[in-house]
Write a protein that binds this ligand. Sequence first.
Ligand SMILES: [Zn+2]
Length: 208
Amino acid sequence: MSDSNPINNLSEIFRHFPGIGPRQARRFVYYLLSQDRFFLENLTKQIGELKKTIQQCNDCQRFFNNSYSASQSKCKICLDSSRDPSLLMVVERDIDLDAVEKSGSYRGYYFVLGGTIPILDKDPDEKIRAKLLSDLIKNKGASLEEVIVATSAHTEGDNTADYLQVFLRDMATQNGFRISLLGRGLSTGSELEYADPDTIKNALSNRH
Ligand SMILES: [Zn+2]
């Protein structure tokens, strides 16, 4: 049931943001209250714009700013034919893809899982885009030689990697690609999102 107090209502919304607790959520609301009308109008406008111009790529599932063509359903990375078609890197979230792209050490294609699988989860297929991943791999056909599972080095990331290796096993045998895992660099336990370009480069060259 919705509260009649907008401070509580908005705090409740912020509380669902990644990594935000109830106190921080409240702090955001008080911050907004301290801003002028133009700031709030612009914020509302930008939130409204998000779903208008940002689209989800049909291939890799990342969110992208579709300013180039209204009919285009693929992002610039997936449309870039100069990339290596033999490589597909599977990452947890959009922000991980951004980190790998920024490192400049990878020239293949991507797939964004949209999450991770908690240990002993009853519906693992619901937590990640497993079906869409298998559809994309089928579409890639014989050009695909390697699927790099680039999940984070934490318990859920490892669990997701284990799940994917089983999930993709038959397809790998049939379609003739191998499944590799990122090598763990110096920063064990860290997430791709926070890894520096050298760590990503090393993790890629030490994949196994
Ligand atoms: Zn894409």
